[in-house]
Design a protein around this ligand. Structure first.
Ligand SMILES: [Zn+2]
Length: 321
């Protein structure tokens, strides 16, 4: 029996976000969302807390969803109006807002009074980040040497890669149509819609020929030939004259072993229509009717018995059918 779902039923792919979250559930032992929900809200310092081992931090960051990463990077808790002082080398020193202006990728953690490179701390792959310390896994708060540290970090290769990843993440969240998985999903949905249309046209041709009692087959059953390909293919070619989707399917099929116009496919569709739709419909109506009769007649021919059954019933409109 023809499996129509085969032509229509391409399963939607798992989204990247779902895939990443489901992949992470097997070895996730700490729920990073709860850390981000606890005060101070959306503070990277809650994840990259010095009290945690780097392995723990790597695991927590790796388990963040796309939305959580976006939120940490671009909706991070705002720095305070006045930064807390720290006594160092004989002076009271504090973080300066101008560093945030100069390096937009910096994130200040009020919880830790330290800074991180947001893209590196959130997006650097686990294998690359395990040997990283300040600005990535650990907060940086030595304000005396901050200028040279930030200038040096800006030039690092992995930092530039993370900046590019952050741009991509921002674009994909703010404009989901640019996401590869969404584009792929849209492409699959478009293909399913086209396949449904093609199958509908094939069924239309079969129903027409069946109602008119016309033969399906021809002598040269190829759509590419100019000779008579039989009524079924000729009717499809006629439909295709004003139907570019069907035309493309007939003359340039993407899968030559799944055109659904072969004699076998024709018979499969006829069986589906005959048994699953027409016969099932008649049986349903007869079961629902109060009065029906059965007439059976038998004839033998060449040693084979043929039994015909005629059913008559009174339908809901009191008409005899
Ligand atoms: Zn960085």
């Amino acid at each position: 029996m023809l499996d129509i779902n085969f032509i229509l039923g391409l399963q939607p792919i798992q989204t990247l976000e779902t895939a990443s979250s489901s992949a992470g559930t097997s070895d996730c032992v700490v729920n990073s969302s709860k850390l981000l929900d606890s005060p101070p809200f959306n503070d990277l310092g809650a994840l990259c807390d010095p009290g945690k081992s780097i392995d723990e931090i790597c695991q927590l960051v790796n388990n963040l969803s796309v939305d959580e990463k976006f939120s940490l990077l671009f909706r991070h808790v705002a720095p305070p109006a006045v930064f807390p002082p720290t006594f160092s080398h004989g002076f009271q020193r504090r973080f300066n807002q101008s560093w945030l202006n100069k390096y937009p990728w910096l994130l200040y953690s009020p919880k830790l009074d330290g800074i991180f490179c947001g893209p590196c701390a959130i997006l650097l792959p686990v294998l690359e980040r395990k040997d990283k310390g300040m600005l990535v896994n650990r907060p940086f708060s030595n304000w005396i040497i901050i200028s040279s540290i930030l200038a040096n970090h800006s030039s690092l290769h992995y930092h530039r890669n993370c900046l590019a990843m952050a741009d991509t993440l921002k674009l994909s969240v703010e404009n989901p149509s640019t996401r590869v998985d969404v584009m792929f999903s849209d492409s699959i949905q478009k293909k399913i819609t086209e396949n449904e249309h093609i199958l509908r046209q094939i069924v239309r041709a079969i129903l027409y020929l069946g109602k008119q009692g016309l033969p399906f087959r021809g002598n040269a059953e190829k759509v590419s030939l100019s000779s008579n390909p039989g009524n079924f293919l000729a009717l499809l070619k006629f439909f295709a004259e004003t139907d570019p989707v069907l035309s493309n399917h007939l003359y340039h099929p993407q899968a030559k072993n799944a055109t659904y116009i072969s004699p076998q496919s024709q018979n499969d569709i006829i069986n589906v229509i005959g048994y699953d739709i027409i016969l099932a419909g008649i049986v349903h109506e007869i079961k629902a009717s109060k009065f029906f009769s059965v007439i059976a007649d038998e004839v033998s021919s060449h040693g084979v018995e043929h039994l015909t059954i005629c059913l008559r019933f009174v339908d809901d409109h009191c008409e005899i059918r």
